[in-house]
Design a protein around this ligand. Structure first.
Ligand code: G2I
Length: 459
C-alpha cells in the first residue's frame, strides 16, 4: 500500500538514480521548472544520491496505514523511539519483552532500511528493578555487561549502528552523575563499547548526546573523550548529535563541529533532529523552520563522514516535544495529519531535491509541471504556462519522463508521446497566452515505481 503522495520504496536503485539524474537536468531559455513537491523523489532517494541515510524515530504500533507508508517510503533508517531501551526490553529482571523492537526490525528489513539501535546505556527509562536495586559496583558492572551482550547479541547482524552510551555529560562538560558514573566511574563508557563490539563486531558503535551540535563546553568534553577513546583503541565508530533544536537557533558552528569529530576518524550522525517553535505555528515560523531544517541537513551533507540524518518522529502528532515543553511543538517535517510541511521541503532541498518554481520574470513565459493527484498506477498532471512581459501565439510544451511514465489521455492540448518524450501543442482555442495571463492543460498518465517531476521546455 502507498499513499497518494509517496513514491514506492521498492524502485530499483538504478531506476531511482536515473530518475534523479533526469530531474536534475536543466533547460534553456523559455524554460520552465518542475514543481509538484508531492511527487519529488522520497527523502531516502535524495539522501542516497548524496551518500546519506535519512532516518526517523518510530513507534512500532503505529507502523500501518499512512504512518507506515511514510515511514517505509521516505526513510532509509529507523530508530525505535523507546522500544529498545532497557526499561522496555526487561521490565522485570530476567523477563524480556522484545515485541516492539522485533516489530520495528522486521518492518525495516521489509522496507530495505537500516536500524539504529537506541540506546544501551542511559540514565533514563531504566527498569525500576534496576534503579531501585542496591547494587555493588561489581554487580552493576555485571548487570550492564549482561544487558549489552543480550540485547546486541539478539540483534547481531540486524543493527547498522548502536547508540551505546547516551547523554554521558552535563552542560558544563563534566560527567553526568548517573547511576553508572557514580558507581563505576567514567570507565563504564569504554567497557560498554568493548562489550557491544564483542556482541556484534559489525555494528557501528556511537556515543550520543544533546546540546553538542555546536562548539561549546559540552561538545568539547565529548570531543576530548572520543579522542581519548580512539587513542586507547576502544571500538567507537561514531558520534551522534541529537539536535533537539529551537526555531532560529541552529548553531553557527554546526558544520565545523561535525567536521572536527569526523577528523578524529569517526562517523557522525544527526540522530534525533527536531526543531520546536512556540505554538501556534504560523507561516513565518514554518518558513524559518524550513530554513533551519535545510541548514542542518546541508551541514551534514557537506561533511563526507556525516552519514545519517534522523528526525525524532516525522510527524508533529508523534513528537515528544509538546509533552515536555508545554506551549511548544510543531517540531517535525510533517503536520498532525501527515502532510509534509515546509520543513520537509527544506530537507529535500538540502539534499538536492524540492525544486521551487521561479516566478515568471519580465519578458518570459514559463511552464510549470505538477502532479495534482496520484494513485497506485496512475496520476493526473497539469502544465501551467504563464507569461509576464511577453506573450505566446501558438505554443508547444515538451518534456522527457524520467521513470517510464506514459501519458494515457490529455485535455486542453494535443499531446503525443514517443518513447519517453512528450510533446503537447495548443488546442485550437487556447494558442494565445497573453502578457500577464496563463493557460493550463491536463493529462492522465501511468507510473510504476516512482513518478519524478520532469522539466518542461516551452517553444
Ligand atoms: O527526550 C527526547 C529524547 C532525548 N534523547 C534520547 C531519547 O531517547 C529521548 O526520547 C524520548 C522519547 O521520544 C519519548 O517518547 O525519551 C522520552 C523519555 O525520556 C520518551 O518519553 C516517554 C514518556 O516519558 C513516557 O511517559 C512514555 O511512557 O515515552 C514513553 C513511551 O511513550
Amino acid at each position: 500500500m502507498r499513499t497518494s503522495t509517496t513514491p514506492s520504496a521498492r524502485t530499483p536503485f538504478a531506476t531511482r538514480l536515473a530518475a534523479l539524474a533526469a530531474g536534475a537536468a536543466t533547460t534553456l531559455a523559455l524554460l520552465a521548472a518542475g514543481t509538484a513537491h508531492a511527487a519529488d523523489p522520497p527523502l531516502r532517494d535524495l539522501g542516497a544520491a548524496k551518500g546519506k541515510v535519512i532516518g526517523t524515530a518510530v513507534t512500532g504500533s503505529k507502523l500501518t496505514g499512512t504512518y507506515g507508508d511514510i515511514a517505509g517510503s521516505q526513510f532509509s533508517s529507523l530508530t525505535p523511539g523507546n522500544a529498545m531501551k532497557w526499561g522496555s526490553v526487561e521490565p522485570t529482571q530476567g523477563s524480556f519483552d522484545w515485541t516492539e523492537a522485533d516489530q520495528i526490525v522486521a518492518f525495516a528489513q521489509a522496507h530495505n532500511q537500516q536500524v539504529r539501535g537506541h540506546t544501551l546505556v542511559w540514565h533514563n527509562q531504566n527498569p525500576n528493578w534496576l534503579t531501585n536495586g542496591n547494587w555493588t559496583s561489581a554487580q552493576l558492572s555485571t548487570l550492564l555487561q549482561n544487558h549489552i551482550s543480550t540485547e546486541v547479541g539478539r540483534y547481531k547482524g540486524k543493527i547498522a549502528a548502536w547508540d551505546v552510551v547516551n547523554e554521558a555529560f552535563d552542560e558544563d562538560g563534566t560527567y553526568r552523575p548517573t547511576l553508572w558514573y557514580n558507581s563505576l566511574g567514567s570507565g563504564y563508557i569504554a567497557n560498554a563499547f568493548t562489550w557491544a563490539h564483542a556482541a556484534d563486531p559489525n555494528a557501528k558503535l556511537y556515543i550520543n548526546d544533546y546540546n553538542v551540535e555546536g562548539v561549546n563546553a559540552k561538545s568539547n568534553a565529548l570531543y576530548n573523550l572520543v579522542k581519548s577513546l580512539k587513542q586507547q583503541g576502544v571500538p567507537i565508530d561514531g558520534v551522534g548529535l541529537q539536535a533537539h533544536l529551537v526555531l532560529g537557533q541552529v548553531p553557527s558552528t554546526l558544520q565545523q563541529n561535525i567536521q572536527r569529530f569526523a577528523d578524529l576518524g569517526v562517523d557522525v550522525a544527526i540522530t534525533e533532529l527536531d526543531i520546536r517553535m512556540a505554538l501556534p505555528a504560523d507561516s513565518a515560523k514554518l518558513t524559518q523552520q524550513a530554513a533551519d531544517f535545510k541548514s542542518v541537513v546541508a551541514a551534514c551533507a557537506a561533511v563526507t563522514r556525516c552519514v545519517n540524518v534522523t528526525v525524532w518522529g516525522f510527524a508533529d502528532s508523534d513528537s515528544w516535544v509538546p509533552g515536555t515543553f508545554p506551549g511548544y511543538g510543531a517540531a517535525t517535517p510533517y503536520d498532525d495529519n501527515y502532510s509534509p510541511k515546509p520543513a520537509y521541503h527544506g530537507i529535500a532541498e538540502a539534499l538536492g531535491g524540492g525544486s521551487t518554481t521561479p516566478p515568471p520574470t519580465n519578458g518570459a513565459c514559463t511552464a510549470t509541471y505538477s502532479v495534482t493527484s496520484q494513485w497506485n498506477t496512475g496520476f493526473t498532471g497539469q502544465v501551467k504556462i504563464s507569461c509576464a512581459g511577453a506573450s505566446l501565439s501558438g505554443w508547444r510544451a515538451s518534456w522527457t519522463f524520467g521513470a517510464g511514465q506514459q501519458i494515457t489521455q490529455a485535455w486542453n492540448a494535443d499531446c503525443t508521446q514517443s518513447g519517453a518524450t512528450v510533446t503537447c501543442a495548443n488546442a485550437p482555442y487556447n494558442g494565445t497566452v497573453p502578457d500577464g495571463g496563463s493557460v493550463t492543460f491536463g493529462f492522465n498518465g501511468s507510473w510504476n515505481g516512482s513518478n519524478p517531476v520532469p522539466l518542461v521546455t516551452l517553444g
